[in-house]
Design a protein around this ligand. Structure first.
Ligand code: CA
Length: 470
């Protein structure tokens, strides 16, 4: 083990939007290559079990800024805005002497207490942000831009890095809005994959049998629910049934992967800059996405569910001074851990009320005693988007127990139309694709008892009340 540096490293945090791990070659993607993101993994550590606590955009971002679960930071839904008067990691780093910036997607409200705080410089997209010729809000002033958003955000980031004060460490959050729906690629990659067929995933023709009703009720099916904004051209008249479904998948996944190609270029430009500026050794580079995404898995696009493809975040970290190149982490990590990790590296005290753990020991290759072996998830927006039922659950290394409580409660934007509550249990070792709910199988009775106890323990620990369960 190398001795601990006394320097305070720079932190470059790059987060994209809806980029699933299974569309990155360092995670074994069968459908694309991401050579520049792979540089981070090859030079550092890849996390294979990093999960988000609430699989939608704004809530995941609020968790990363506050180190608190959604029900405590006030952003449970896409309708909630972040109250910036509360403690945030950007403010703590700024007070700790870091120069701080956020560039790109914010999605936590605009104006007054909802503007970014704790950032010396901020230049963010209004709402979701446009792919082409986006408007941006630079320190409160809205300005038009010409060009492709991923390139523009990268240009701003490089410019800020070049103009920074080299005598102080930096914390830069570059938040790409790609590859979020409606997946509009740049001119550069408009024809990428034109002459190839992208393989369909194993669960492409899921029939939603042997599961809770929530899976069949969801409206995120590639064959039925995509609109013209997603597809961009009319399907050929002669196609129907399975052929039409496959055609739609190709339309969708190619545009998605074209957007990812631009993200990968962006990562490459930033890594090149760090090399050229002699900053690579002293800069922690992280790449992640606010949550995962269904890439035709279960016949779906979108996210929200506690199922693996949506729950899992890609997370790769490079820091040559402390992280073994080419290492892989099997420990369970959460987006909730990110802010404490930043603070730990920065040497800024971690507030007691933050609910995650610094990943720094894990990144050093240690296996800390008592490290979490389970995580708590909750999605609040009952029926609001894609008809997904509200649910919560626990995931361990071996199992996943989900409770669809299926009512709105007080969640903003949720629809007050309760559905019959249901449980789902997946034996992840036997059933990694989560196709068979074994909740009613008597062989799992003891497992269910233990998982329920763990679920309630996690709820108590995270200060979430939960609901009365059937
Ligand atoms: Ca997202």
């Amino acid at each position: 083990m190398r001795s601990m540096p006394t320097i305070r490293p720079n932190i470059l945090f790059i987060m994209s939007d809806d980029h699933a791990a299974h569309a990155m070659s360092c995670y074994g993607s069968r459908i694309n290559a991401t050579p520049n993101i792979d540089r981070i993994a090859q030079g550092g550590m890849r996390f294979d079990h990093c999960f988000c606590t609430n699989s939608i955009c704004a809530p995941s971002r609020a968790v990363i800024l506050t180190g608190l679960h959604s029900h405590l930071n006030g952003v449970k839904t896409l309708g909630d805005k972040l109250d910036g008067t509360q403690q945030t990691v950007s403010k703590l780093l700024q007070q700790g002497g870091y120069q701080t910036a956020i560039i790109g997607k914010w999605h936590l409200g605009h104006g007054g207490v909802n503007d970014p705080t704790g950032f010396d410089y901020w230049n963010v997209l209004p709402g979701q942000g446009d792919y082409h010729n986006p408007q941006m809000i630079e320190m409160g002033v809205r300005k038009p831009h010409t060009g492709y958003v991923t390139d523009i955000l990268t240009d701003y980031s490089l410019h800020w890095l070049q103009k920074r004060d080299p005598s102080r460490p930096f914390f830069l959050m570059l938040h790409h809005n790609a590859p979020h729906r409606p997946w509009e690629p740049s001119e550069k990659y408009a024809d990428l994959y034109e002459d190839v067929d992208i393989p369909e995933p194993e669960t492409f023709n899921d029939d939603y049998q042997n599961r809770a009703q929530a899976a069949a009720a969801a409206r995120m099916r590639i064959d039925r629910d995509m609109d013209m904004k997603d597809l961009k051209v009319e399907p050929p008249d002669q196609l129907a049934g399975q052929q039409l479904k496959s055609w739609k998948y190709q339309r969708y996944i190619k545009d998605y992967l074209r957007c990812v190609a631009s993200i990968d270029d962006s990562v490459g430009r930033l890594l090149d800059y760090l090399d050229e500026a002699g900053l690579a050794e002293d800069t922690i580079v992280m790449y992640t996405s606010d949550q995962g995404f269904f890439l035709g898995d279960h016949g779906w696009y979108d996210k929200r569910f506690m199922y693996e493809e949506s729950l899992r975040m890609p997370f790769v970290v490079r820091y040559p001074r402390e992280i073994q190149a080419g290492s892989v982490c099997g420990n369970m990590a959460l987006n909730l851990d990110f802010p404490e990790t930043f603070l730990d590296y920065a040497g800024v005290p971690i507030p007691d009320n933050m609910q995650g753990n610094s990943l720094r020991p894990v990144l050093r290759g240690e296996h800390p005693q008592g490290w979490r072996t389970s995580m708590y998830y909750r999605y609040w927006m009952h029926l609001a988007h894609h008809n997904v039922y509200s649910h919560y659950g626990v995931r361990t290394d071996k199992y996943k127990l989900i409770y669809y409580y299926a009512e709105a409660l007080d969640a903003k934007g949720a629809i007050d139309d309760p559905k019959p509550p249901e449980w789902e249990l997946f034996d992840l070792g036997q059933d990694p694709y989560e196709l068979c709910n074994v909740y009613s199988d008597p062989a799992y009775a003891e497992t269910i008892r233990e998982l329920m106890e763990e679920l309630h323990r996690l709820q108590a620990e995270s200060l979430d009340e939960g609901v009365r369960e059937i």
